[in-house]
Write a new protein. Structure first.
Length: 644
């Protein structure tokens, strides 16, 4: 395995007492009994915002991670010189402890010699208090749902390497050392002994405050693997074949205590040994890099029950049968690598506690980098309500940014139709329409590198020509063009926290830079890890782009037809590079029109209804004659026109 592939796989890995009844009129609607096989209505109306806690905001420096908290994380050791990384530091600037990493051998047996290896040991101290401090900001943006990357106890900055699923990470809460004492006092496999830590209680409080603002919350979990500090795994390491948890994981061979060698062998996720893999009822190796859905279940009933107990805890923290104090669903990591039978059982558990909960799966590549999975098998009503809609973005990137090559409007529409032809309408509208995430380049950087395939060596280590500097003005215009599509199309739009601020960043961790809040003064980015000369880039909050996001969110929220309506393609003009579609119901219509050519075009747009229409995005002028609009649409621009 090449160094790059190793990083790529790792980066793909890469609550609670009642706090009283929320009293604001903006609280989410009362829980309804959504039909078991259908997504909840609120998920179709969601404006998603994804938060990566360590990089969101450091609201409480007193709970910052210590070297002790990093035990079990990459690279497998912590230099004595290690410290928290300053929030505003130039991203590619070496931390003082990097000098003590260079040339060392990591836990995978690789020699540490490039920036992405060093930066994985960084911690910035983001926490739940930081999220609480920015609730007004989130409310002003207009988002209605938050997807938190894993918050469970774990040593890494991403927390997919869980050491305990049942608790919020101690460094995200107000009392980190006391939280560890509470965890140590429990029997991890006996939920009757579980107590609420300070971090757990703070998360419950945060959920209540977000619910008061009308903001839903889902948590990210990976039931496919744990970290090497996970309590059951540590028991196996100690007791080997005598461990009562030996059937929880794929163990190939136990150590023979009669020999000096350590014969212990096991499966790690994608071969990554610090992510031991949970055992299924069928062995389903990934052959030739092809990932496919498969039938089966989790092998150990005890492991399943533990997962289900954790799941119930966050859905109904005080266990009183009323889930209003809990989270609103789950995002499920590496969903294709967990058996379908387990997911069916998981849905039953979730919907029994909260019939209005939302389940979204990470369904991505079938064969990287060109073939993406068809999510239809998990969207039939018995598993997930939606998936992270990466394949829609991959096609939209071609059309709106000619990246890595141009496709005409007809091909774009054909690709969309192929994506949705075998999906139920209710699931199409509940998809999480991502344009970037913690596992991919930021939107602006993705479009800036228009000669690069989507997520293919999208970083300065794997691609010496990859652009890591601030994208140019032309790219940000493409960003706005694609966003107009995202906010008017089928499915719920998603924001990777920081995109609305104008942030940029490649893969390999660069997409996970700390957020650029206005009250911080950031060092300019002046360093290129390849040693190239680089013009300094000012790191500053982009007010104009933020306002654009606010406007698009307001348009979507004020026009429910964009969440629930049908879609017709009214103009698909390959010669002039024009695409126009209508979102409509029995009396409402919103039209989105796009000119992806390099010159202004006069277009005619048919209308479904009589009455007055208004342009919502930029107040472009047009003429209306009965049921036809005529207008001149500038090059590289979009309009959104609504029936009044």
């Amino acid at each position: 395995m090449t160094t790059y592939k190793f990083f790529f796989l790792l980066l793909l890995i890469p609550v609670f007492f009642s706090c009283g009844n929320p009293k604001s009129e903006k609280r989410p609607a009362e829980k309804t009994r959504t039909a078991y096989e259908n997504p909840p209505e609120w998920a179709k109306e969601a404006i998603w915002y994804q938060i990566y806690a360590d990089r969101f905001r450091n609201g409480d420096p007193n709970n910052d991670p210590t070297p002790e908290d990093l035990k079990g994380a990459y690279p497998g050791f912590v230099p004595e010189s290690w410290t928290i990384t300053p929030w505003t530091q130039d991203w590619y600037k070496h931390d003082p402890h990097f000098k003590d990493l260079i040339g060392k051998v990591d836990m995978a047996g690789d020699t540490m010699k490039v920036f992405p290896m060093f930066s994985r040991l960084r911690r910035y101290g983001g926490d739940l208090q930081g999220v609480m401090d920015k609730i007004d900001y989130l409310d002003s943006l207009g988002i209605t749902a938050i997807y938190f990357n894993p918050l469970c106890e774990g040593p890494s900055e991403h927390n997919f390497d869980a050491s305990a699923w049942r608790h919020i990470d101690n460094n995200f809460g107000p009392t980190p050392r006391e939280d560890l004492e509470i965890m140590d006092s429990e029997e991890p496999d006996d939920p009757t002994t579980w107590k609420m830590t300070g971090a757990d209680k703070m998360f419950v409080e945060l959920v209540a405050k977000l619910h008061e603002r009308g903001i839903r919350v889902i948590l990210d979990y990976s039931w496919n693997h744990t970290g090497i500090e996970f309590w059951a795994w540590k028991d196996i390491l100690k007791k080997q074949a005598r461990s009562e948890y030996k059937d929880w994981y794929w163990i190939k061979k136990f150590d023979d205590p009669r020999t000096p060698e350590n014969e212990f062998e096991y499966e790690g996720w994608f071969g990554v040994k610090d992510l031991p893999e949970i055992k299924e009822t069928v062995y389903h190796p990934i052959e030739n890099g092809v990932i496919k859905f498969f039938e089966g279940n989790i092998f150990s009933e005890d492991a399943k029950n533990h997962i289900f107990n954790v799941t119930r805890k966050w859905l109904d923290p005080n266990g009183d049968g009323d889930p209003s104090d809990g989270i609103d669903g789950y995002r499920l990591d590496v969903a294709s690598e967990v058996p379908l039978g387990f997911w069916r059982d998981f849905r039953e558990v979730v919907r029994e506690v909260n019939p209005d909960a939302y389940l979204v799966g990470e369904v991505w590549f079938e064969l990287w980098p060109d073939r993406m999975q068809d999510p239809q098998p998990v969207l039939e009503g018995d598993i997930f309500d939606g998936v992270m809609n990466y394949r829609l973005y991959k096609s939209a990137r071609h059309f709106f940014a000619k990246a890595p090559y141009e496709i005409p409007p007809s091909e774009f529409v054909d690709s969309i139709n192929s994506f949705y032809s075998n999906l139920r309408p209710q699931n199409s509208r509940a998809m999480m329409n991502v344009v970037s995430s913690h596992d991919s380049p930021r939107l602006a950087t993705s479009l800036f590198n228009d000669n690069s395939k989507y997520n293919y060596y999208a970083d300065p280590v794997g691609n010496p020509d990859y652009k890591i500097n601030k994208p140019d003005a032309e790219t940000y215009e493409k960003v706005k063009l694609l966003l107009a599509f995202q906010y008017t199309f089928l499915g719920a739009p998603h924001i990777w926290a920081g995109d609305e601020m104008g942030m940029w960043g490649a893969m390999m961790g660069d997409t996970r830079k700390p957020l650029i809040w206005k009250d911080y003064d950031f060092e300019p980015e002046t360093i290129d890890p390849r040693g190239y000369d680089r013009k300094p880039d000012e790191v500053k909050f982009n007010d104009e782009l933020f306002a654009h996001y606010q406007k698009l969110i307001r348009i979507r929220k004020e026009n429910p037809v964009l969440s629930h309506g049908e879609i017709d393609y009214e103009v698909v003009d390959d010669e002039n590079k024009i695409l126009v579609y209508s979102r409509y119901d029995g009396k409402n219509e919103v039209i989105a029109a796009f000119n992806v050519s390099n010159e202004a075009k006069t277009i005619e747009i048919p209308l479904k209804y009589n009455g007055e229409y208004t342009e919502l995005l930029k107040r472009y002028n047009f003429s209306q004659n009965n049921k036809m609009i005529t207008m001149k649409l500038p090059a590289g621009q979009a309009v959104i026109i609504s029936k009044q």
